[in-house]
Design a protein around this ligand. Structure first.
Ligand SMILES: Nc1ncnc2c1ncn2[C@@H]1O[C@H](COP(=O)(O)OP(=O)(O)OP(=O)(O)O)[C@@H](O)[C@H]1O
Length: 238
């Protein structure tokens, strides 16, 4: 039986880039989403992908996360060629190494918030009791202990996003992918969610790849990359 990871404690990070995208091309019919996009993500860093609407940010995120296979180009994670993996291998990689936070939490409405947060551990074979204890620790850490027994429909947008962050980090992934994680929140709530998210990711040693339109959200990153016309045009220290 697998034991539940604890909610705290740093991990050692390898040197060199953890995730590397080289010359990615993606077309949706006549639309070129990625033209020749290259990017490196280092272990433990928070990287913001900025750029105009339709420039290819989400497509790049999906390729990096092994959700979408590019038409050409390669993505390597920890030296493994993600683009050469079968669908089953990529799914297994996503479950074991990656976490995800989307704009609208995407919590399972029928489950309580604690059950939602515990879900990745349950899928990894952790006992119900251990998974739920760890889920509650994560909800405490994200300052929403009171939502544990509520369903997503009974909590606010900001509370739900905190549960989504807890669910993304509970397996201590090496990378968390976040697509507009605060896009549906007011600025005050969004800032607090980002503070808690980045602090928790730093504690666990997870890298964060974040798509955002908002400079205020990107300000929480260590580095910004600008995507324009399907290319990564600039990578500047945040
Ligand atoms: N599934 C799809 N089918 C067809 N076209 C798509 C699909 N996904 C993305 N596109 C197109 O590819 C281009 C890049 O889209 P993408 O979502 O990556 O941009 P983005 O920078 O994330 O945009 P936004 O900031 O508005 O979310 C756009 O022209 C978009 O319309």
């Amino acid at each position: 039986m697998t034991t539940a990871p604890t909610a705290t404690g740093p991990l050692l990070q390898p040197s060199g880039p953890l995730l590397v995208a080289r010359d990615l091309h993606v077309a949706f019919g006549p639309t070129t989403a990625l033209a020749s996009a290259s990017l490196e993500v280092h272990g433990g860093e928070v990287l913001a992908l900025m750029g105009p609407s339709g420039s290819g940010k989400s497509t790049l995120l999906h390729c990096l996360a092994g959700i979408l296979r590019p038409d050409s180009g390669t993505v390597t994670f920890d030296g493994r060629d993600v683009t050469a993996m079968s669908d089953a291998e990529r799914s297994a990689l996503r479950r074991s190494e990656f976490g995800f936070v989307f704009q609208f939490g995407q919590l399972v409405p029928e489950l309580t918030c604690a059950e939602n947060v515990a879900l990745p551990l349950r899928l990894a074979g952790v006992t119900r009791r251990d998974a739920h204890r760890t889920a509650r620790e994560w909800l405490d850490r994200l300052e929403v202990p009171d939502i544990a027994d509520k369903r997503p429909g009974q909590v606010s947008g900001g509370q739900g996003q905190r549960a989504a962050v807890a669910r993304a980090l509970i397996t201590r992934p090496r990378v968390v992918f976040a697509d507009e994680p605060t896009g549906a929140l007011d600025s005050l709530n969004g800032e607090r969610v980002m503070q808690l998210f980045v602090a928790a990711a730093k504690d666990t040693g997870a890298a964060v790849v974040l798509v955002t339109h908002e400079a205020r959200v990107a300000a929480y990153s260590d580095r910004e990359a600008v995507v324009r016309d399907g290319l990564v045009r600039e990578q500047v220290p945040a």
